[in-house]
Ligand binder design. Structure first.
Ligand code: NAD
Length: 422
């Protein structure tokens, strides 16, 4: 699988311009939203296990906060750079607006390969990155969350470092500086599965509209981390059959179906990797992409469905668990081929919605039951889907453009109501 190789921020602009043209957006507001607000780049030293000091580069891009504090994940990956963070931050602004959350959009991360570092090194990188970000994050200002190669443990280190650098009296007021924390450290029940649950909630809504019977459906998943594995878990609850899975360590295929829960257990004891799972065969990347199935869930990195790969897909629906898996040109190919697509900004919005409920609980010093959290996420994501779907029908356009229209309308309205300072 190819990783990021072109400017995804340019792709974001293409998508944005298409929707802004359709709603004839106010030119001033359009120019505000076509730029990011703040782009923070930090270079910081970390002492490695062998005693030498290595410099790292970290990013936090804050795109827009008219609707509320900046919100978005932190990613640890060699492909993290300013362009990537700008694109991902912009998508977060649209996503929180579509989900109807009181948040803006941000994203960031550190450019390195965590699989080549020890746990101790990753902890020191995380703490030093947090320290370097300083007041550029905050519980009512910019609230990071997990993304690729980061998780609850990363959030616990960020929280601890952030708290430790505040004054004594402030320390317990900032539990909500990050979401996606371990439960014991202020996390919410259900945040682990929130994104995958949201992905499957949107698939179920699409299936209802398009008369697809999910209990007889087949699907494939790219990426078996947080989003991919939980999506597969909830697809199993619907009765769907997982035919193939790809992750960084290999590709699995079984005509009879792969049990996602068994595979999740296997991955847990294999450093998150599925490559050596014994109960399936192996296929090539091209065979994986060409496999006949009802649904494909990309849940790894961006730029996977391109002009080269879109013609290979043999599915009825692409449900974008990952952020930015499809380029604008590939979008057109899928449309021409009659393949449905649930766009990332809607499809994976269950994650940030779960984060919002964690943030609310922290602010109120409450702990909610799992069922309550999941039901609240289901309601928000279903409303988001209904809103985007009816907008698509009204504008006779695709779901991605409709999702952008929903977001841009909400943002435009806020700017018109408030005006521009001074
Ligand atoms: P993760 O680190 O938990 O999992 C990433 C998965 O992708 C792993 O299985 C990894 O092996 C696989 N992968 C990485 N490189 C690959 C490659 N070259 N080929 C095939 N597979 C590869 O990350 P995640 O949190 O599950 O995030 C996955 C995607 O979902 C990202 O695009 C992220 O931005 C998006 N997303 C995540 C959340 C969340 O709550 N975690 C929310 C919304 C969107």
């Amino acid at each position: 699988m190819k990783t990021t190789h072109r400017s995804i921020y340019e792709d974001v602009q293409v998508q944005f311009n298409k929707a802004a043209d359709l709603i004839n957006m106010n030119p001033g507001i359009r120019s505000i939203l076509s730029q990011t607000a703040n782009e923070i780049v930090v270079h910081f030293p970390v002492k490695m296990d062998d005693g030498h000091v290595r410099m790292f580069t970290g990013y936090r891009v804050q795109h827009n906060n008219i609707l509320g504090p900046y919100k978005g994940g932190l990613r640890y990956h060699p492909s993290v750079d300013l362009d990537d963070a700008k694109a991902l931050a912009t998508w977060m602004t649209w996503k929180t607006a579509i989900a109807g959350l009181p948040y803006g959009g941000a994203k960031g991360g550190v450019q390195f390969d965590p699989s080549k570092c020890s746990v101790g090194e990753i902890e020191r990188i995380t703490r030093r990155f947090t320290y370097s970000l300083g007041n550029n994050i905050g519980p009512e200002y910019d609230i990071p969350a997990p993304d690729v190669n980061t998780g609850p443990q990363t959030m616990a280190w960020i929280l601890d470092t952030y708290m430790s650098t505040r004054s004594q009296g402030e320390r317990n007021n900032c539990l909500h500086v990050v979401t996606g924390k371990p439960i014991n450290s202020g996390g919410t029940l259900g945040r682990d599965r929130a994104t995958g649950f949201g992905v499957v909630t949107t698939i179920a809504e699409w299936a209802k509209e398009n008369k697809m019977n999910l209990s007889k459906a087949t699907y494939t998943v790219q990426g078996f981390g947080n989003v991919g594995s939980w999506s597969a878990h909830f697809m199993k609850e619907k009765g769907a059959i997982l035919l193939a899975v790809e992750d960084i360590s290999g590709i699995l295929y079984s005509e009879k179906g792969i049990d996602p829960d068994q595979l999740m257990e296997f991955a847990k004891s294999n450093n998150g990797k599925i490559g050596s799972y014994p109960n399936a065969a192996t296929i090539t990347h091209k065979e994986f992409l060409s496999l006949k199935a009802d649904i494909f869930i990309p849940a790894a990195l961006s730029n996977q469905i391109t002009l080269e790969t879109a013609p290979l897909l043999n599915v009825k629906l692409v449900a974008e668990g990952a952020n930015g898996p499809t380029t604008p040109e590939a979008d057109e190919v899928l449309q021409q081929r009659g393949i449905g697509l649930i766009p990332d900004v809607l499809c994976n919005s269950g994650g940030v919605t779960g984060s919002y409920f964690e943030w609310l609980q922290n602010k109120r010093s409450e702990y909610w039951e799992l069922e309550e959290v999941m039901e609240k996420i289901r309601k928000k994501v279903t409303e988001g889907y209904a809103n985007v779907s009816s907008t698509a029908k009204a504008h006779k356009t695709d779901l991605r453009t409709a999702a952008y229209i929903v977001a841009l309308n909400r943002l435009e309205k806020a700017y018109i109501e408030r005006g521009i300072f001074p």
